[in-house]
Design a protein around this ligand. Structure first.
Ligand code: HEM
Length: 176
């Protein structure tokens, strides 16, 4: 998993819970990297999982809520750091349709070792179906990112989540 994801996660923890919690988290999670990340580096996905689980324990917050909040935080970062992907986009559906065939394709060019989810999208008259597939099982993060895009483009959306595979590697979002 790319370092930007880790450094943004640390940023969010500091912002939401303060420096003391951040220190506590790093000290009490077993991290091979020692907890220092550079944006261009790549680190084991397992470290992210361990950090989220530990933060959930420290703060007594469900992991799904933490990943969702992280999705919102990450969206703002992407929006600031990669404005090119958002120019000319005025509706969240247009953005969501472009993740798999454009945005993440460019991300892969920039960072060949990035591990990205796949999204299958189907557009209907007033709604959209999006199927998330990833061995990293981070659909809660995807949901946060999708919600944040709705907010950014001032388009209230209703999102129904259905688990297509029990282990979370395949999840359907019905967005209207
Ligand atoms: C609403 C829009 C987006 C959604 C729903 C989305 C979804 C996701 C998810 C769920 C992951 C976690 C990895 C996984 O589940 O396998 C991910 C990773 C990532 N995405 Fe996106 N994404 C969006 C937009 C963007 C944008 C605009 C960028 C900008 C460059 C971006 C760059 C990345 C990067 C760098 C990673 C990390 C890959 C790695 O750690 O190896 N994404 N994305």
């Amino acid at each position: 998993m790319k370092g930007i994801v880790f450094s943004e996660f640390m940023d969010m923890v500091e912002e939401k819970f303060g420096l003391e919690t951040l220190d506590d988290l790093i000290e009490s999670t077993s991290l091979k990297s020692g907890g220092s990340y550079t944006a261009v580096g790549t680190y084991p996905h397992e470290e992210m999982v361990n950090l989220v689980i530990r933060l959930g324990e420290l703060k007594n917050i469900p992991i799904s809520d933490l990943l969702n909040a992280f999705g919102h935080h990450l969206f703002d970062t992407f929006y600031k750091n990669y404005p090119g992907f958002f120019t000319g986009v005025s509706h969240p559906f247009d953005l969501l349709e472009q993740i798999d065939n454009h945005i993440h394709v460019e991300v892969k060019k920039l960072y060949p070792d990035a591990e990205l989810p796949r999204f299958e999208t189907h557009r209907h008259e007033d709604s959209m179906t999006m199927i998330y597939r990833s061995d990293r099982k981070m659909a809660d993060l995807a949901l946060g990112l999708i919600e944040a895009s709705a907010k950014k483009f001032n388009t209230p959306l209703n999102i129904e989540t259905t688990l297509l595979k029990e282990d979370g590697s395949e999840v359907q979002f019905k967005i209207s």
